[in-house]
Structures are given as C-alpha cells and as structure tokens.
Write a protein that binds this ligand. Structure first.
Ligand SMILES: C[S@@+](CC[C@H](N)C(=O)[O-])C[C@H]1O[C@@H](n2cnc3c(N)ncnc32)[C@H](O)[C@@H]1O
Length: 276
C-alpha cells in the first residue's frame, strides 16, 4: 500500500480528511526524513509512529523544522518518533556512509551523478574533492579506479564521519582527508580532476579550483543551483575565468535534478588545457 494511503487508513479519526498527508519520505540508512507542513506539525508524533510501522527499515523518524544553515550546510530536523540515536549507515552502490542525517545533509537525488562521475575517472588520476562532506563523491571515485583523492571538508562533524567512512570502506590507501576551507587548503598545481559538489554560488570557488589544476590542465566538475535562464551566462563566466588562469576550456552543462521550484541543480563539466 502507498505510504499516504497507509497513513490515511491508520490515522482516520485522528487527522481530519481535509488535511493533505505527506506522499513520502527520504530514507537515509535507517532514518526517515519528512517534510511536514505547518498544518501537520501538531500530528507529527502520530505520523512518526505510523511511519515506523510502515517500513521495517526505519528506526527513527524526523521532520524538517527550518532551513539548512551556513556554508557548512547544517540541516534543521527534529526527531518525532523512534530511536534518538540517529547515527546510521547508508549503503549506496556498495559504499557505506556512516552519518547522522539530522545534522549532515545527504542527497539521495545525486546518486546518478555520483555514478556518472565515477565512470569518467581513470587509473592514476590525482583528484581533489573540494566539498567532500562524508565522502559522497570521494569514496565512489576511489572505489572505481586506482586514483589518489584529496577530500577537503570544512565541517568538523562531517569530517569525522569522512575519516570513519574512508576506513569503513577500506579506501585509506587512496583517499586523504583534509579538514579546512578549500579556498585556503587546496593543494595548488596538483590535480588532474576536481570535484566541486556544492551548490551555492559555486562559481566564486572556481578560481581556487583552477589554482589546484596541474599546469597542463584537466577536468573540473562544478555543481551549482540556478534558474535555467542563467546557465548560458554562467558558461561564459566559466570560460572567462579559465582564460584568466591561462586555460582554454570546453564546457558541457548537465541537469542533475530539481533543486527547488524553478531552480535546477546543474553540473558543468569543464575540460581545460593550457593556452601556452
Ligand atoms: C551539501 S554538501 C555536498 C556533499 C557532496 N559534495 C555532494 O555533492 O553530495 C557540501 C559540503 O561542502 C562543505 N563546504 C562548504 N564550504 C566549504 C569550503 N569552503 N571548504 C570545504 N568544504 C566546504 C560543507 O560543509 C558540506 O559538507
């Protein structure tokens, strides 16, 4: 039975039929994340308990209570049912991610992009992941080829899970984690490929990615959220920035997913080569 119908049956007599119930949840490991609107908040614990009954994989249920904050992307969730220990293991295409989804963002919607990128990577590449979080890109890439990955993360909490996940997946020989701001700790002139998995004005970070490339150039995968109407402008800006740093470039934009109404999540594959 569909989740919404299940809730409707189980909560008839408790929640008025006129109130629209949620159609689904985002499952991270054993934690179900809901987005209840204000009319449902007073029924949150009933919905939480029934959600636990609906899916045996779910041990904790939380609902969003505010926006995701700061560049560290700290989400605001409140536990509404189940186990208060919300540290969980999410398994995605064979990679295990330990994390606490109440305090760290993890987007299942980026999975296809993680798979696409790990297929592009070749043995012996030197890769820098500038916004690693718990290793979403770094670990998939390191599993798919014999590469060296430097995984940078600014959020101490995410960084601790990143260290744990490198060990958990046996990838300590391929991934080195660095705690810090990628604008300051990026290893200059070292990488063939750079991953920029961050969505907010990511173009401001592009000069640091260009400094990180080896002199001959390489590949940059720059994610960013924006309306479709701005995609062409951004491509022109990318080209200009590459030129300023001494690289010619060719750029392909891919649509990843909807980010919010009228705003898309795009990734720009930038291939650079030295102009000299
Ligand atoms: C939303 S997560 C994305 C994780 C992953 N790259 C992905 O795309 O699935 C963005 C991460 O970048 C980190 N971050 C933001 N600004 C940063 C900076 N200047 N240097 C290093 N990490 C940063 C945040 O703390 C957060 O963990």
């Amino acid at each position: 039975m569909r989740y919404r119908d299940f809730l409707r049956n189980k909560l008839s007599g408790i929640i008025p039929r006129s109130i629209v119930l949620p159609s689904g949840y985002h499952l991270v490991g054993n934690v179900a994340l809901l987005n209840l609107d204000s009319s449902l908040m007073k029924y949150a614990s009933f919905i939480g308990e029934k959600t636990l009954e609906y899916d045996q994989r779910i041990l904790s249920v939380a609902t969003k209570i505010g926006p995701t904050k700061s560049i560290k992307r700290i989400p605001s969730y409140e536990l509404i049912a189940g186990d208060s220990n919300t540290i969980t293991t999410h398994i995605e295409d064979g990679i295990k991610f330990r994390l606490d989804p109440l305090h760290i963002t993890f987007s299942g919607g980026n999975r296809r992009e993680r798979m696409r990128l790990s297929k592009l990577v070749k043995n012996e590449e030197k890769i820098v992941d500038m916004f690693s979080c718990v290793g979403q890109f770094a670990l998939h890439i390191a599993k798919s080829a014999d590469v060296e990955v430097i995984a940078i993360e600014i959020n101490e909490n995410a960084f601790q899970f990143l260290l744990e996940n490198i060990k958990l997946n046996g990838l300590g020989n391929r991934v080195v984690a660095v705690l810090g701001d990628c604008r300051k700790v990026h290893p200059k002139g070292t990488a063939n490929r750079i991953v920029m998995g961050y969505l907010h004005n990511t173009i401001e970070y592009l000069p640091f990615a260009l400094e990180t490339l080896v002199e001959d150039g390489g590949f940059i995968h720059m994610h960013m959220s924006m309306p479709e109407s701005e995609v062409k402008d951004i491509m022109m800006k990318i080209e200009q920035m590459c030129r300023i740093h001494g690289y010619s470039s060719s750029i392909n934009a891919h649509y990843v997913k909807d980010y919010s109404p009228r705003i898309g999540h795009y990734v720009f594959d930038i291939t650079t080569s030295s102009e000299a």
